[in-house]
Design a protein around this ligand. Structure first.
Ligand code: NAI
Ligand code: MG
Length: 485
C-alpha cells in the first residue's frame, strides 16, 4: 500500500493534523493507498502559498511564452507516464483501462492546447473619442480554488489546471476524496517542468472539511467546481460572502433523441454508448433516451439485447467494457434509483449486481422503458448505468420532453433529415448538442451547461477566459490641465 503526500509550496507534505484516509480499489473493495486528510489549516497553508506565489513570486514575471513551454512539458510528461497513470486511474476509479488510456491522451492534449493558447491571449484598443487611448488588457484572475469529481479524475484536473496556468493564475486543487491518486502523481513533476513553488498546490480531503474552507477563503479569487448540483448551489452561497468568481459544471439528465429515420444500428450503438460509457458516471450521460413511436418497440428490444451483452469485469482487463461504480456510496445511490425505477417504469435489462462478480461495486447495465418524463428516474441525475427510455409521437413532443428538465448540460439528436435535426438543435436548451453522435468532446470547443447544469464554459478559448480579468486603461493624450475648477 502506497502512502502519498500532498503538494504545497513545491514540497511534498502531510496534513497539518497528521491525519490520513484510505483510498480504495472499487473492484476489490480493498485499500490501495493512504492520502493526507487536509482540513482548514491545510487549506490556509496551501492558499497562502498560492497567494504568495501570485503576489510576490517570480510567476507574475514569467512570460506567456514560458508558461506555454511549461504546459507543453507537462503534456510531454503525461504522455511519457501515460501507461502508469492510466493503470492507477483505472484501479482507483473502476473505469476500464482502455477508457483510462483515452483519458490520459486527452489530458496531454489539454495541456498542449493551453500551452499553445498561452501566447494568444489578446487585449483590445477601444475606439474611444478625443485625446485618449483606451486599452483593455487581460490579467490573470489570481488564486483559483479548484474542486473536482471522481469520474474523470486527472482529466478534470487538466481542464482546470491547464487554462489557469496559461492565464498566469496560481491554483489550489482539491481532487475528489475517492480518486486523488493521479493528481498526486502528477504533482510530483511540477518542479521538473519549471513551475515555481506555490503556483500549483494539490491538497486531498473531503468536501465539508477541505472543499468548503477553500471556497470560503478570503484569499481565493475564483472557484471552479465540477460535481453535484446540490454542492454547486452551496458553493454559490459560500462564495457570496467574498464575491468570488465562480464557474460550475453540475451534470444533468441529458436527452438522447432518436427519430424513426435514423440509421438503426448506429442509433442503438449511440444510445448505449451515450449512457453506459464510464459506467454511466458521466456528467453528460444520455440518460433519457427519447424514441419515436414507430421504432419504439424494436428499439427497446435491440437496445436491451445489446445491453445484456456488455462485458462487465475487472477494470484492468482489456476486454472489460464496464467496471464497478466508484464507491459503495455511489453503488447504494444508483441501486436506490433502480429500486425506485421498478415502481415508476418497466425494467427490461439489468437492475442488479452481476452474479458472477462477487466483490466490487458492480451494477449491470440497466434499462427502464415506458418511463414517464415526470418520473424521478427521468428527472434526477443517477450517475450510473441506468437508462430511462421514453416514447414520443412527433418532433414537437420530443422537444417538449427533452427540455422538461431542470438541467441543460447536453443533448443529442439522431435523424437523417437535416432540416429536422437542425430545428431540434436550435430548440434544445443545452450547452452541448450532438447530431448523430453522443459524447465526443474536443478541447478546442466549449463545454458547459444551461439552466441548473451550471455556468461558465471550460475548454477552448472560453476556458481561459474564466481565469482572466479585464483591466481598462485610459491614457490621456492631452497635456492640458482638466480646467474644471
Ligand atoms: P460531490 O458534488 O459531493 O463531490 C464533488 C467534489 O466536491 C468532491 O471533490 C467533493 O469533495 C467536493 N465537495 C463535496 N461537498 C463539498 C462542499 N460542501 N464544499 C466544497 N466541496 C465539496 O459529488 P458526490 O457526492 O461524489 O456525488 C453525488 C452526485 O453528484 C452523483 O451521484 C452525481 O449525480 C453528481 N456528480 C456530478 C458530477 C459531474 O461531473 N457533474 C461529478 C460527480 C458527481
Ligand atoms: Mg457529495
Amino acid at each position: 500500500m502506497k502512502r502519498y503526500r500532498m503538494h504545497v509550496n513545491g514540497e511534498p507534505v502531510d496534513s497539518c493534523s497528521g491525519r490520513a484516509f484510505p483510498v480504495y480499489d472499487p473492484s476489490t473493495e480493498e485499500v490501495i493507498a493512504e492520502v493526507p486528510q487536509a482540513d482548514a489549516a491545510d487549506v490556509d497553508r496551501a492558499v497562502a502559498a498560492a497567494r504568495t506565489a501570485f503576489d510576490c513570486g517570480p510567476w507574475r514575471q514569467t512570460t506567456a511564452q514560458e508558461r506555454g513551454r511549461i504546459l507543453l512539458r507537462l503534456a510531454e510528461r503525461v504522455r511519457q507516464e501515460s501507461a502508469n497513470l492510466a493503470e492507477i486511474e483505472s484501479r482507483n476509479s473502476g473505469k476500464p483501462i482502455v477508457e483510462a488510456e483515452f483519458d490520459m491522451a486527452d489530458v496531454a492534449t489539454c495541456f498542449e492546447y493551453y500551452g499553445g493558447l498561452a501566447t494568444k491571449v489578446l487585449g483590445h484598443v477601444n475606439p474611444v473619442p478625443d485625446n485618449a487611448l483606451s486599452l483593455s488588457i487581460r490579467e490573470p484572475m489570481g488564486v483559483a480554488g479548484q474542486i473536482i469529481p471522481w469520474n474523470y479524475p486527472l482529466l478534470m484536473a487538466a481542464w482546470k489546471l491547464a487554462p489557469a496556468i496559461a492565464a498566469g493564475c496560481t491554483c489550489v486543487l482539491k481532487p475528489a476524496e475517492q480518486t486523488p491518486l493521479t493528481a498526486l502523481e502528477f504533482a510530483n513533476w511540477l518542479a521538473d517542468v519549471g513551475l515555481p513553488p506555490g503556483v500549483v498546490n494539490v491538497i486531498t480531503g473531503f468536501g465539508e472539511e477541505t472543499g468548503a474552507p477553500l471556497v470560503r477563503h478570503a484569499d481565493v479569487d475564483k472557484v471552479a467546481f465540477t460535481g453535484s448540483a446540490s454542492v454547486g448551489k452551496q458553493i454559490v452561497k459560500m462564495a457570496a460572502d467574498t464575491v468570488k468568481r465562480v464557474t460550475l459544471e453540475l451534470g444533468g439528465k441529458s436527452p438522447n433523441i432518436f427519430f424513426a429515420g435514423a440509421d438503426f444500428e448506429a442509433a442503438i450503438d449511440g444510445a448505449l454508448f451515450g449512457v453506459f460509457i464510464n459506467q454511466g458516471e458521466v456528467c453528460s450521460a444520455g440518460s433519457r433516451i427519447l424514441v419515436e413511436r414507430p421504432i419504439y418497440s424494436k428499439f427497446v428490444e435491440a437496445m436491451t439485447e445489446k445491453a445484456k451483452h456488455i462485458r462487465l469485469g475487472p477494470p484492468l482487463e482489456r476486454e472489460t467494457k464496464m467496471g464497478p461504480l466508484v464507491s459503495q456510496e455511489q453503488y447504494d445511490r444508483v441501486n436506490s434509483y433502480v429500486e425506485l425505477g421498478k415502481k415508476e417504469a418497466k425494467l427490461v435489462a439489468g437492475g442488479k449486481r452481476p452474479g458472477s462478480l462477487k466483490r466490487g461495486f458492480y451494477m449491470e447495465p440497466t434499462v427502464f422503458c415506458d418511463v414517464p418524463n415526470s418520473a424521478r428516474i427521468a428527472q434526477e441525475e443517477i450517475f450510473g448505468p441506468v437508462a430511462a427510455v421514453i416514447p414520443f409521437s412527433d418532433e414537437a413532443e420530443a422537444i417538449r420532453i427533452a427540455n422538461e428538465t431542470r438541467y441543460g448540460l447536453a443533448a443529442a439528436v439522431w435523424s437523417r433529415d437535416i432540416f429536422r435535426a437542425f430545428r431540434v438543435v436550435k430548440a434544445l436548451r443545452a450547452g452541448v448538442v450532438w447530431v448523430n453522435h453522443m459524447q465526443p468532446t474536443y478541447v478546442e470547443a466549449p463545454w458547459g451547461g444551461y439552466k441548473q447544469s451550471g455556468f461558465g464554459r471550460e475548454l477552448g478559448p472560453w476556458g481561459i477566459e474564466e481565469y482572466l480579468e479585464t483591466k481598462q486603461v485610459h491614457i490621456n493624450l492631452n497635456e492640458q490641465p482638466i480646467g474644471w475648477y
